[in-house]
Design a protein around this ligand. Structure first.
Ligand SMILES: NC(=O)c1ccc[n+]([C@@H]2O[C@H](COP(=O)([O-])OP(=O)(O)OC[C@H]3O[C@@H](n4cnc5c(N)ncnc54)[C@H](O)[C@@H]3O)[C@@H](O)[C@H]2O)c1
Length: 496
């Protein structure tokens, strides 16, 4: 007997010959359910939409306005965090543009293609403004944000000089850190405590202190800390009761990032996870998130190579081109690269990067095309490159009658330049989620999958990795919240 989950995330039991057969059955059932649902929606849209102007429905649930300041708390004030905070300040000062940010530059089409309604996302839903953001952070190093940004070497020194007074004023709070979970670094700015529960209490004090001193009306925690060693969920992660007991007993399966997550959620503060660590991807965190109406999302920002993968793989599947192998390798020389040079941290990253292809290509549904893929991901620490990563992909595909072809991608990217707008959007959208009656009690915010390599879903539900499905999910969620028609791209009504 084995378990399989249907398209609505319900668990079923059935006799299968092996695990692969169970997964294939699950893929088939899910695809059938989605096809049936899509066909019902198409029939409905065709019956109701013909020739008429689209009608707005009342907003779904309530959506509070973004009043007051939004406090952004960042464990890990390294390259990504400083590029994000410096960028927000540069944009506020009119020195630069928020390129790459959906909340700042994106639009959302409403109604029919002929309606001409495409407001900016930030005008469509009530997001916090950039002027309302205030920041704090934790790090094991004592550098303030100006020093940390200078060390990271991502942004031009002339730009940083113009932001110096602001960035220098953000100094790191002492971190909850344990060298055993991030082997390649160590630093002096670390909290001491009798137990992991004691450390969690200290973080909760920090959170309350920041809320008071900054005058923020709402808070968000955004993990931009290093990638921790690979951990599998254990009994300690299954419920709040078990987790609190484990905190008191210093259970080694509780990594520092989980202590930040616990402290935030206990304080009712939403938590986003930019690294591939489990952190909030655990039953205990889902329980706490739902209980305290503090939304969660993760894991691992989708920036360079995986972004490309989740664009190209859907194209192969759409055209039913087969895939024999995908070899991905990177060189990068920032501190993140150094941390990932440790096998424990690399394993966490590798897990996050590897799942993408299987979920997009669904080998269970298309065994002749995707049943035998050789997929490899390497990350090589190469200091001369700093944050300017180079990601190579060699992709072996096959077409009509099985004839082989190759595609090579060489992405000379800037890691933190790609990550910073993701951080901004997540901050603003998670804050929105907490102000929406319909979203705040859900726990995992699957509509934010667009931003992650390894999107979180409720247990048993496979994640959507295709970038364009993720974008549609995100925009349809916004339309749904505002009572606008969802866009199905059917389009028969234009030909009535
Ligand atoms: N840059 C990208 O494109 C990208 C993409 C996906 C994921 N990520 C992830 O985002 C995270 C940040 O990346 P980065 O390039 O800024 O790395 P970084 O090494 O520059 O910064 C991480 C910072 O976290 C600090 N830190 C580590 N453990 C901590 C703890 N327990 N508490 C407080 N601070 C702690 C480190 O001292 C360091 O300053 C990494 O986990 C990385 O894997 C980055």
């Amino acid at each position: 007997m084995a378990d399989w989950w249907d398209a609505d995330g319900r668990r079923h039991r059935k006799q299968f010959s092996n695990a692969a057969a169970a997964r294939e059955h699950e893929h088939r059932e899910t695809a059938l359910a989605h096809a049936e649902r899509a066909s019902r929606e198409m029939k409905l849209a065709a019956r109701t939409g013909g020739g008429k102007r689209s009608q707005s429905k009342p907003e779904t649930g309530t959506m509070e306005l973004a009043k007051g300041k939004l406090g952004v708390m960042i464990p890990g004030m390294g390259a990504v965090a400083t590029t994000f905070v410096a960028g927000v300040e540069a944009i506020r000062k009119g020195l630069a543009k928020p390129i790459g940010s959906l909340t700042q530059m994106g639009t959302v089409r409403l109604g029919k293609r002929t309606d001409g309604r495409s407001p900016k996302v930030k005008e469509f839903v009530p997001l916090a403004g950039l002027d309302d953001l205030v920041f704090t952070g934790w790090d094991i190093f004592e550098d303030n944000m100006f020093e940390a940004a200078s060390n990271a070497g991502v942004l031009d020194y002339r730009l940083l000089e113009q932001l110096k007074p602001f960035l220098s004023s953000i100094t790191p709070r002492a971190a909850v850190f344990d060298h055993n979970y991030v082997k390649k670094i160590d630093g002096p700015n670390v909290k001491k405590g009798k137990s992991k529960m004691d450390l969690a209490e200290q973080l909760r004090d920090d959170i309350r202190d920041f809320k008071k001193s900054s005058g923020a009306s709402r808070l968000i925690t955004m993990w931009c800390g290093s990638t921790e060693s690979y951990i599998e969920p254990t009994e300690a992660h299954q419920s709040l009761k078990a987790f609190e007991k484990a905190l008191r007993e210093n259970d080694e399966m509780i990594a520092p990032s989980m202590i930040y997550a616990y402290a935030s959620l206990m304080e009712g503060v939403p938590f986003a996870n930019g690294a591939p660590n489990l952190t909030v991807d655990l039953p205990v965190m889902l329980e706490l998130s739902r209980k305290n109406e503090a939304p969660i999302c993760g894991k691992d920002f989708k920036t360079g190579q995986t972004l490309m993968k989740t664009v190209l793989a859907p194209a192969f599947k759409a055209r039913l081109l087969g895939l024999a192998g995908w070899y991905s390798t990177n060189i990068l020389g920032n501190r993140d690269g150094e941390v990932l040079d440790d096998p424990g941290s690399f394993k966490t990253k590798e897990e996050s990067k590897l799942g993408v292809l299987e979920h997009i290509l669904q080998p269970g549904l298309y065994p002749e095309l995707y049943g035998n893929i050789f997929h490899k991901v390497r990350i090589n620490y190469y200091p001369p490159r700093g944050d300017n990563k180079e990601g190579w992909d060699n992709i072996d595909i096959f077409g009509w009658l099985g004839y082989p072809m190759q595609i090579k991608v060489d992405f000379l990217c800037r890691d933190s330049i790609l990550a910073a707008p993701i951080v901004l959007d997540l901050v603003l959208f998670l804050d929105l989620a907490q102000r929406c009656s319909e979203l705040k009690g859900l726990g995992i915010q699957e509509w934010l999958s667009f931003y992650f390599k390894s999107p979180m879903t409720v247990p048993g539900l496979y994640p959507e990795h295709d970038l364009f499905i993720q974008l549609m999910k995100l925009k349809n969620t916004l339309r749904h919240l505002k009572g606008e028609e969802l866009i199905t791209h059917l389009g028969l009504e234009y030909y009535d």
